[in-house]
Ligand binder design. Sequence first.
Ligand SMILES: [Zn+2]
Ligand SMILES: [Zn+2]
Length: 275
Amino acid sequence: MNLKIIGSGGAIPFPKPGCDCDNCKKALEKKIPYERICSSLFIYPDILIDTPEEVFRRLMQFNIRKINHVFYTHWHPDHTQGSRIFEFLARSGFAGKPNNPPVNVYIPPDMMKDFDKYIPNFRYYEQRNFIKIISIEDREPVKLEDLKITPVDFKRPDRVRYGFLIEQDNKKVMYAPCSVFNAKLDKYWQDLDILFLETGWHGPQQEYRKKEIEPWFKDHISFEENIKWLKKLKPKKMVLTHVEGSIHQTHDLMLKLTKNYPKINIAYDGMDIDL
Ligand SMILES: [Zn+2]
Ligand SMILES: [Zn+2]
């Protein structure tokens, strides 16, 4: 199985737009691993999970030219806002040139309700034949050649959020980059070679939760919970992604926080994972 992190940033990328702090300047100057677009994963040969704003630039930079299948974790803009990639891919040119075949976009019905409500351009792309929307069901695998991709609903009562179990040649990987707080952890989260997980917010968990330091903390796990999940689910390896720009989780800070946990790696844009 060959995977590539296309984007590893949280809801706010690095550098944080509008910010002039030293951390953001460093990201601007040094670029990768400090510079991060929002989160996205590529599965070779032609599958993408999520389309953040700048996804097309990273795909070009990383020499990825062909996308035939796209899956989504949820509708939020940091995961969908780069959807014009479909228009770029489908339109092979102007003046009488035919379009490329539509990209297959896999969305479960509950998530499609959110897409129809918040991002109607998906229906426009469907009408224009840039994409073909394929309805998928929770925990029902989609088979693409020798890859098996299973959408795993976190089963949160308050919102629709998915992760994906990716399987090939007896290797199992879970990609759960965002909003995993209160996710139902069943057999789909067990015996993993790699667990890609959102980077939890750092700081004293109980105090921050109680004080509601940030409203989004209740939708996302803390760094302490990252460690708890590592111990509970026992993946062979954990890759923390969705590293948050809004609270300046710099690459250096994350390396420091995880230095005593050899099983944890910090994702960066362009990171290759082969297993
Ligand atoms: Zn900054
Ligand atoms: Zn997110």
